[in-house]
Write a new protein. Structure first.
Length: 287
């Protein structure tokens, strides 16, 4: 497999024409590129940063598209599942072009193979930053016993609260890049994409969002409860409500990612009906 087998473009429409069928053929495993591509095409190429995104597909003359990637700097490159040969060819193509990378994310084997090739070709240190599991909602259920209170869709009056929680969430997961809290909250509220759990007196105590539906699925993200309010079942209740509402609306698949370093959240999501699909990893490059 040669580096030139990877076809690169900065044009999201060109990438969509090449890769849409491939991405939709395994929508759960390709949830990140599907949702990111929809966001870029709907809200502008600089949604996630000032640099233009880069897209690519690995084309096999006999079998068509075998893999794809997208890179929205300054975030890590995201790579679909691919074997070591394809990952090495991509690393060589990007290294030869002098394309800078902060890291790579994707299915565990693909991310590890690309990281090893990148380290060997460029001499750049690489370390695993996060191990994740992708879950799919299989048997929806509410946590028992449920916490006191109720779920409701966030509205314009919640904007300041949502902005604070978004910044806190980014700090908690170590994310410094991306869109600002204001535009993020406005876009989510405009489409009803955030749900709050509030106590009986009307105080919001937790939130869960969902991506727009694409390829018949949504992904629950983010889920956040302030540290001093954790341990009361709020996150489980609001996450269960987001999944229930999506299923009721006819969504075929409801997905979410967890950090495997957090056994509490992994156990929680399994108790409300989520089952593991695949393991993913995020690698960081540099010192």
């Amino acid at each position: 497999m040669r580096p030139d087998d990877w076809q690169l473009t900065h044009d999201p429409d060109e990438f969509t024409a090449r890769a849409a069928g491939f991405l939709r053929s395994r929508p759960a495993l390709h949830t990140v590129p599907l949702t990111v591509l929809d966001a870029l095409r709907g809200r502008g190429l600089h949604l996630y940063g000032e640099e233009a995104p880069l897209f690519g597909v690995l084309r096999d003359p006999e079998h068509g598209i075998r893999a794809a990637f997208l890179h929205t700097p300054p975030f890590p490159l995201h790579l679909t599942p691919i074997g070591p040969d394809g990952a090495e060819a991509l690393a060589a193509r990007l290294a030869d072009a002098g394309h800078p990378l902060a890291g790579v994310s994707g299915e565990r084997g693909a991310a590890a193979a690309f990281s090893a090739a990148w380290r060997r070709l460029t001499g750049t240190p690489a370390r695993i930053e996060r191990r994740q599991r992708l879950y799919e909602l299989a048997e929806p259920s509410a946590p028992q016993p449920p916490p006191a209170g109720r779920a409701r869709v966030a509205g314009p009056a919640d904007r300041d609260q949502l902005m604070r929680w978004y910044d806190e969430f980014k700090d908690a997961v170590g994310q410094s890049a991306g869109q600002g809290a204001g535009p993020w909250a406005d876009a989510r509220v405009a489409r009803g994409g955030l749900t709050l759990w509030e106590t009986p007196d009307g105080t919001p105590v937790s939130m869960a969002g969902a991506t727009p539906e694409t390829a018949g699925q949504v992904r629950v993200a983010p889920v956040y409860t302030p540290a001093h309010l954790r341990g009361h079942g709020y996150a489980g209740a609001v996450t269960a409500e987001v999944g229930r509402a999506a299923v009721a609306a006819g969504v075929a698949r409801v997905l979410l990612f967890t950090d495997l370093a957090n056994p509490t959240s992994n156990g929680l999501y399994q108790r409300i009906g989520y089952r593991g699909v695949a393991d993913f990893a995020v690698w960081a490059f540099g010192d």
